[in-house]
Design a protein around this ligand. Structure first.
Ligand code: NAG
Ligand code: NAG
Ligand code: NAG
Ligand code: CA
Length: 517
C-alpha cells in the first residue's frame, strides 16, 4: 500500500495517462523483418500459406501493397526509418566508389551521427518509453549505442549474427541488455550453423511480450522497435519449427516469426492496449536472392536485396490498429519506411523538426481515412539516385545488379532473372534516356516503354521535374560508411569488464572500406 498522502497525486497521474490511453497518446510497435521479401506472406500470395497470424493481421487492418524501404540494404534502410531521411542525407552511404551499397560490419568506424534526430528521441521527450529488440545496425562503437539515440531499453546486437568467429582475427558479435553486453552470439546465444537451430526468435518475442506487459501496467506510452533477424542469413528457427515448412529452413524461420507476431498481438489484447497501439509490420529490404534457396521470395518483382529493382525495395507491409484502422483495407499508397517518422510523431501530436529536410510524409490520413497522397519514391544505391517511381511509372536513371567478377563467383542479386539491358552487370547510365516501366501492368520490370511513345514523353516530363527538384534541394550528409578499421571491432563492448569478457584489440589501422556492390 502507498502512504495515504500519496493517494491523490498518484491518482491524478494515473488519470492523466488513463485519458491519454484512450486516444491522444497511442503506443507504437514497428515489427521490422530482416531480408524478408514482399512475396513471403500468404496474404501477398505465397502459395504455402504458412503465415496465418500475419494474414489475419492484414484482415484486421490495412495491407499496403506499394510500400518501400529507403534502401536495398540493412543499415541505410534502418537509419532512414529512424531519421525519416534518405541515407544520402543522414550519412548512411559511401563515397569510396560510385553507387555502392555500404552497411555497418564490425570494422566500420562510423555510425549514426549525433546531429541526426531519431524519432524515438522525440517520443522519449514526450514521455514515451522506447525499447529496441534485435538488430540495431547504426554503428557499434560506444557513441552510437541505441540508449544514446532515443531508446531506454535494448535487448539485441549491434551487427548481423554472422559467425562464429575465433575471437582473435574477429570477435563474435556481442548481445546487449540495456547499456551492457550480456554475452556473444555463438558463445552465450547459440545459432547452430549445420541445423539452423537457434532460440533467438523465442527470446526476442518474450522480450517484447514482457515489455508490453510492463508498459501496460505502468500505463505509460511506449514505442517498441522489434527488429528481429531470423530471415537474414544464417537463417534460423527453434526446434519446434525446424523442418515444419514446405519452404525449407527459410520457411521455418518465417513460420516462427508469424507465430511470434500472433503472440505479440495477443499480448496487446490480453493487456487491453490493442485499441491504443498502432502496429506496423514491414521489412528492411527485399529477399536475398543471393542466398538461393535460403532466401525470401520477392513475389512477382524483379531481383532482390542490394538492387534498386522492385524486388530489392518493395516490402510486405501491414498496418494494424483496432478501432482506428478499419479492417480488410488495401492501400495503394506509395509508402516508405521513412514515413514512420512524420506519421508516428503526428499521431503522438509532436511537432516535426523544422531545421532539416525530412523525406518521409505523414501517412496518418492514409491509415485512418484511406486517403491517397501523391508523392515520388527515390531508389538510391550509395551516393547515386538509381531510379524514381511516380504514380504507376518507374524510371531507371542507372541500372546495375552486381559485377561480372562477382557473378563468376556465384554472386547474383537477380538469380534466374536475366532481362537484357535491364539487369545489367555494369553500372549503366541511362540519364539521357531513362528506362521507363509501368509497374502496374509490368510488375517484373521486363518491358521498357518505347522512348518514341507519347506515353514515355508524358510520364518522363513529370518525372524529370520531380528529379530536378529533388536534386536541387539535396544536401548530402557527411558519409559515415567510408572508413573501416579492425581496431574498432567488437573487442571491448560496453560492459565487457564486468563479465571479464573483453578481448585484446589490435592497434588502430584505418583504411577505406571496400564496397564491392
Ligand atoms: C533452446 O531451448 C531449449 C529449451 O530450453 C533447449 O533445450 C535447447 O538446447 C535450446 N537450443 C539452442 C540452440 O540453444
Ligand atoms: C541492348 O543495348 C545495346 C546497347 O545499347 C543495344 O545495341 C541492343 O540492341 C539492346 N538490346 C536489346 C534486346 O534491347
Ligand atoms: C550520366 O549521364 C549523364 C547524361 O548523359 C551525364 O551528364 C553524367 O555525367 C553521366 N554520369 C556519369 C557518372 O557518367
Ligand atoms: Ca536486411
Amino acid at each position: 500500500m502507498l502512504p495515504k498522502k500519496w493517494h491523490l497525486p498518484v491518482l491524478l497521474i494515473l488519470g492523466t495517462f488513463q485519458s491519454s490511453a484512450c486516444g491522444s497518446t497511442p503506443n507504437f510497435i514497428i515489427m521490422l523483418m530482416d531480408d524478408m521479401g514482399w512475396g513471403d506472406l500468404g496474404v501477398f500470395g505465397e502459395p504455402s500459406k504458412e503465415t496465418p497470424n500475419l494474414d489475419n493481421m492484414a484482415a484486421e487492418g490495412m495491407l499496403l501493397t506499394d510500400f518501400y524501404s529507403a534502401n536495398p540494404l540493412c543499415s541505410p534502410s534502418r537509419a532512414a526509418l529512424l531519421t525519416g531521411r534518405l541515407p544520402i542525407r543522414n550519412g548512411f552511404y559511401t563515397t569510396n566508389a560510385h553507387a555502392r551499397n555500404g552497411y555497418t560490419p564490425q570494422e566500420i568506424v562510423g555510425g549514426i551521427a549525433d546531429e541526426e534526430i531519431l524519432f524515438p528521441e522525440l517520443l522519449q521527450k514526450a514521455g514515451y518509453r522506447n525499447k529496441i529488440i534485435g538488430k540495431w545496425h547504426l554503428g557499434h562503437r560506444p557513441q552510437f549505442h541505441p540508449l544514446k539515440h532515443g531508446f531506454d531499453e535494448w535487448f539485441g546486437a549491434p551487427n548481423c549474427h554472422f559467425g562464429p568467429y575465433d575471437n582473435k582475427q574477429r570477435p563474435n558479435i556481442p548481445v546487449y541488455n540495456g547499456m551492457d553486453m550480456v554475452g556473444r552470439y555463438y558463445e552465450d546465444f547459440q545459432i547452430h550453423r549445420e541445423t539452423g537451430e537457434s532460440n533467438l526468435t523465442q527470446i526476442f518475442t518474450q522480450q517484447a511480450v514482457d515489455f508490453i506487459e510492463r508498459q501496460a501496467q505502468s500505463q505509460k506510452p511506449f514505442f517498441l522497435y522489434w527488429a528481429i533477424d531470423a530471415t537474414h542469413g544464417p537463417v534460423y528457427a527453434s526446434k519446434p519449427f525446424l523442418g515444419t515448412s514446405r519452404r525449407g529452413l527459410y520457411g521455418d524461420a518465417v513460420k516462427e516469426l508469424d507465430s511470434a507476431v500472433g503472440q505479440i498481438l495477443d499480448a496487446l489484447k490480453t493487456h487491453k492496449v490493442d485499441d491504443n497501439t498502432l502496429v506496423v509490420f514491414s521489412s528492411d529490404n527485399g529477399g536475398a536472392m543471393v542466398s538461393k534457396d535460403k532466401g525470401g521470395s520477392n513475389g512477382p518483382f524483379l531481383c532482390g536485396k542490394q538492387t534498386t529493382f522492385e524486388g530489392g525495395m518493395r516490402e510486405p507491409t501491414i498496418a494494424w490498429w483496432p478501432k482506428h484502422i478499419k479492417p480488410r483495407q488495401v492501400s495503394y499508397q506509395l509508402g516508405s519506411l521513412m514515413d514512420m517518422f512524420p506519421t508516428l510523431l503526428s499521431l503522438a501530436d509532436i511537432t516535426l523538426p523544422r531545421d532539416r529536410a525530412i523525406d518521409g510524409i505523414d501517412l496518418s490520413d492514409t491509415l485512418l481515412n484511406g486517403k491517397n497522397i501523391d508523392r515520388p519514391i527515390f531508389y538510391y544505391r550509395g551516393n547515386e539516385m538509381m531510379a524514381v517511381r511516380l504514380g504507376m511509372y518507374k524510371a531507371h536513371y542507372w541500372t546495375w545488379t552486381n559485377g561480372l567478377q562477382e557473378l563468376r563467383q556465384g554472386i547474383d542479386f537477380c538469380r534466374g532473372e536475366n532481362v537484357i539491358n535491364v539487369t545489367t552487370h555494369d553500372q549503366r547510365n541511362h540519364t539521357s534516356q531513362p528506362l521507363l516501366f509501368h509497374v502496374g501492368r509490368d510488375l517484373g520490370e521486363r518491358y521498357p516503354i518505347s522512348p518514341d511513345s507519347i506515353e514515355y514523353h508524358s510520364a518522363m516530363k513529370k518525372i524529370s521535374k520531380v528529379v530536378r527538384d529533388h536534386k536541387t534541394n539535396l544536401t548530402p550528409g557527411q558519409p559515415q560508411l567510408n572508413w573501416c578499421d579492425t581496431g574498432v571491432m567488437n573487442w571491448k563492448p560496453i560492459g565487457c569488464e564486468k563479465l571479464g569478457r573483453c578481448l585484446p584489440a589490435p592497434s588502430s589501422n584505418p583504411y577505406k572500406c571496400v564496397w564491392m556492390h
